[in-house]
Write a protein that binds this ligand. Structure first.
Ligand code: F6R
Length: 263
């Protein structure tokens, strides 16, 4: 796992956007897995700027979102579909047919979840998966106790997650109880993972998932097993890491290998 510690939210967002830009430039028809929530808003803003000012081209990019609240129609201003269009899609030249956000209103849950998994496979799998992390260590909506091999399915949200997300709704009563989410196993199949986290509130769980044991109680901890995972943090989120100094040192020195010569 590569850990990159940046100064603040702004720098974290720019660093994450740079990694996504590299992915799109190196493979214009990249399949991106995307997250919602407060953390990626700055990253999406920076990607929009790169599109407008530097011509970053989304015309062949394909996207799959991690999750959606059950019961919210796409037109609901707290649906993840709405979030994605407001924060990214409507500002770039993405082909709407290439956008996949799981539906929140579904007749047959099981068939729909299987279909979503199949669509990811048909697209060739996810090249780069962007993730945030919940206060309880969840990735997507894989709450503590989720199987580390789980697939796309319907889950019940923890009460704490509903409380955390109530800040986006008029009141907690409006926060849905259920969500459709990619599973931990689905996420682990992405070729590259990029997890971002900021703020003091995430410091404890960030230290636990990077430096603690792998456990389904903190589903993000399974990322320790992923062969190509980058974590971009701001200083506050990195403040409880035991090896912060070493991560910085490794990051600062990683390009030296390019000049390395055998004598
Ligand atoms: C959202 C998602 C969630 C969030 C997590 C952190 O699509 O999958 O796992 O990434 O709850 O949310 P924020 O960024 O609001 O702290």
């Amino acid at each position: 796992m590569e850990v990159i510690i940046t100064k603040d939210y702004d720098e974290m967002s720019k660093e994450a956007a740079k990694i996504i830009r590299e992915q799109i430039v190196s493979k214009p028809n990249s399949v991106l897995g995307l997250a919602t929530g407060g953390t990626p808003i700055g990253t999406y803003k920076e990607l929009v700027r790169m599109h407008k000012e530097e011509g970053l081209d989304f015309c062949k990019v394909v996207t799959f979102n991690l999750d959606e609240y059950i019961g919210l129609p796409p037109s609901h201003d707290q649906s993840y579909y709405y979030f994605m269009w407001e924060n990214l899609f409507k500002h770039v030249n993405i082909n709407p047919e290439n956008v996949h956000v799981p539906a929140g209103i579904i007749a047959d849950f099981e068939a729909y979840c299987n279909w979503y998994e199949e669509e990811i496979k048909k697209a060739g799998g996810i090249d780069l998966q962007l993730l945030g992390i919940g206060g309880d260590g969840h990735i997507a909506f894989n709450e503590p106790g989720s199987s580390l091999t789980s697939r796309t399915r319907i889950v019940t949200l923890f009460e704490q997650t509903r409380k955390d997300n109530a800040r986006f709704f008029k009141s907690i009563d409006e926060v849905p109880y259920f969500a459709i989410t990619m599973g931990v196993g689905t996420i682990m199949e992405a070729k590259k993972i990029l997890l971002i986290a900021n703020g003091k509130k995430k410091a404890k769980v960030v230290a636990e998932f990077i430096e603690g044991p792998i456990t389904s109680m903190i589903t993000a901890s399974v990322l320790q097993l992923h062969p190509n995972c980058t974590v971009v943090l701001d200083e506050e989120a990195a403040s409880e890491l035991k090896y912060a100094k070493e991560y910085r040192w490794m990051y600062e020195n990683k390009n030296r290998i390019k000049d390395f010569q055998f004598k």
